[in-house]
Design a protein around this ligand. Structure first.
Ligand code: CA
Ligand code: CA
Ligand code: CA
Length: 368
């Protein structure tokens, strides 16, 4: 589907291709009336626009891939529905997996599915990104929002271990990476949508998957949600920063600490602060090492879109920064709202045995 979708950036003229698991093309369709017009109309599921595509095909057990693309490589928001139209056949749609490029707004990845009655079914929904290591621009941190047929939110999951670690492991299909998402829910008959979003509005290639784990009587079990993500964009608004002042490299208070570092270390972008890192030495087992300390917000204020990387160099010209030789030695937490923890990293080389040694903290924002 394309032209009939209720979004501005819709795919004007979709084409649908169906491949089997060997990668052979089973069938292709541009406009659904081109062939099988009467048969498709008889299912009651014909697309509402002539430029949209449909295939009616009987498939044996196996894995199949449907590819949706635009005529002449046009792009836009599209939708693939897979509908089992023969309720009498013993076949069943077991698992649906959709891959697409995700960005903010309309360009989220939606996995829609329908549970046909009379029984509830237990389902596993997965949001995959970082384990697609063979894709250069896979999404860094996926999250899932499950909605019911009216669009009302049922549960949000950021990382699969957040609330249902045991259930997801018991499904035998835990995601390969900690940042990936999974929801195990038991749902009554009806239509549902799993929405895959990049955390804090980040984009990339992602996969949303729905697995049928079996019938479940008339149960309806929705798991608890993950905590909502803490994002740089919200932090900017809280501090009244907009325009050029809101750039990650902006420094509206002129204290030399750029906004991204103010955010990552829990400082105030509108008040001149002491330096974000403190250097010193730590003594362990009678040996002394160069050390660096910084603070970072904890709990619900812990940033979800920051990568902290402590690095060491033995030369600045040319610079040879490397993240390998340092390690965390202490964490101390100041409790309460706005809680900060102090992180100390140290060199692994005895202090004074190299002519020059430098430590620094690098913070990287993972979302725009
Ligand atoms: Ca995540
Ligand atoms: Ca600043
Ligand atoms: Ca400041």
């Amino acid at each position: 589907l394309g032209g009939s979708l209720p979004v501005a950036n819709r795919l004007a003229d979709p084409v649908l291709e169906l491949y089997d698991e060997t990668g052979s093309l089973v069938r292709i369709n541009n406009n659904w009336r081109d062939s099988q017009r009467a048969e498709i109309a008889a299912t009651g599921h014909a697309p509402s626009q002539d430029t949209e595509s449909a295939l009616l095909v009987a498939l044996g057990p196996g894995r199949y891939t449907a590819v949706l693309l635009g005529v002449d490589n046009t792009v836009g928001v599209g939708k693939i529905d897979v509908i089992d139209v023969d309720a009498t056949a013993a076949s069943r749609l077991d698992n649906v997996s959709s891959r697409a490029r995700v960005s903010a707004g309309e360009n989220v990845l939606l996995g829609g599915f329908v549970i046909n009655g009379p029984q509830s079914r237990k389902v596993l929904i997965r949001g995959i990104g970082p384990s697609l290591f063979y894709i250069a621009d896979a999404i860094y941190d996926p999250s899932l929002q499950l909605r019911d047929g009216s669009g009302a939110p049922l549960v949000f999951n950021d990382n699969w271990r957040d609330t249902q670690e045991t259930e997801v492991i018991d499904s035998a299909l835990p995601p390969g990476e900690e940042r990936e998402s999974a929801i195990v829910a038991t749902l009554r008959p009806g239509s549902y949508t799993a929405e895959l979003l990049g955390l804090c509005g980040a984009g990339g290639v992602a996969l949303v998957e729905v697995y049928d784990l079996g019938p479940a009587g008339d149960a309806h079990l929705i798991p608890p949600s993950s905590a909502l993500p803490r994002c740089f964009s919200a932090w900017l608004s809280e501090h009244g920063l907009a325009g050029a002042q809101a750039a990650p490299t902006g420094d509206p208070d002129g204290d030399g600490i750029l906004n991204a570092l103010e955010y990552a270390t829990g400082k105030n972008p509108n008040v001149s602060d002491a330096p974000a890192t403190q250097h010193g030495t730590v003594v362990l087992n009678g040996r002394r090492f160069l050390s660096l300390s910084y603070t970072r917000p904890t709990g619900t204020n812990a940033p979800d879109d920051v990568i902290y990387s402590a690095q060491r160099a033995t030369s600045l010209a040319p610079a040879n920064w490397s993240s390998a030789p340092t390690q965390v030695t202490t964490h101390s937490v100041t409790p309460g709202p706005g809680a900060l923890e102090t992180v100390t990293v140290r060199s692994t080389t005895d202090f004074g045995t190299v002519r020059r040694e430098f430590l620094r903290l690098q913070v990287t924002l993972t979302a725009p």
